[in-house]
Design a protein around this ligand. Structure first.
Ligand SMILES: [Zn+2]
Length: 190
């Protein structure tokens, strides 16, 4: 079900999905807002009003990333071999720095994120990272490995990230630009 909320001067569409989850979740990654609620729950409007400033900020960030992506042209075309050599190097480097012990690494096309970490400590990387500059790939890997110490995006987590990437906000913005750039290129069949 698609609904619309008006926040300040913006009209933001959002989709409500009921899924077998314990806690409600707000996702923005694919470009639109998705509210995931536990089965039978219907309090999406309460959530929207509770998080209206977060929603407005995310929506602005996405709109400006889409605008910047339109101006960007360059994406890299690394071979999967070069990519896996680079990834292995970055994982061992960051794991050493963070004193963590990740499991296996998988690379596959992912629809809503750059990377994820399973409960078994396995790292999955979005194969689209092959097209990104190495500093961004490095950040994505470092970020995921920090989750081996702290699962949630809380203050403790960001403090750990900041030890190596004090500029993580900027990197997250650029990652979002690449997200839309790659999506646009795919839609154009590049
Ligand atoms: Zn994270």
């Amino acid at each position: 079900m698609v609904k619309t909320v008006k926040i300040a001067d913006r009209e933001i569409n959002y989709q409500v999905i009921n899924r077998r989850v314990k806690y409600p979740r707000l996702e923005f990654k694919t470009g639109g807002l998705v509210i995931i609620l536990p089965e039978a729950a219907t309090h999406d409007e309460q959530l929207v009003s509770k998080y209206r400033s977060w929603i407005a900020n995310k929506s602005d960030a996405i709109n400006s990333a889409i605008t910047s992506a339109a101006k960007k042209k360059l994406v890299l075309h690394r071979s999967s071999r070069d990519f896996s050599v680079m990834v292995d190097r970055l994982i061992s480097e960051h794991a050493k720095t963070l004193h963590v012990n990740p499991g296996k690494t998988f690379v596959r096309a992912m629809r809503s994120k750059w990377a994820s970490l399973s409960a078994r400590r396995n790292l999955t990387l979005n194969s689209h990272l092959r097209q990104l500059p190495s500093d961004l790939v490095s950040y994505v890997i470092y970020h995921e490995l920090c989750h081996l110490t702290e699962r949630r995006h809380n203050a403790r987590f960001w403090a750990l990230v900041e030890r190596k990437y004090p500029n993580h906000d900027k990197l997250e913005t650029v990652l979002l630009e690449y997200w839309f750039l790659i999506r646009d290129n795919e839609q154009k069949g590049e």
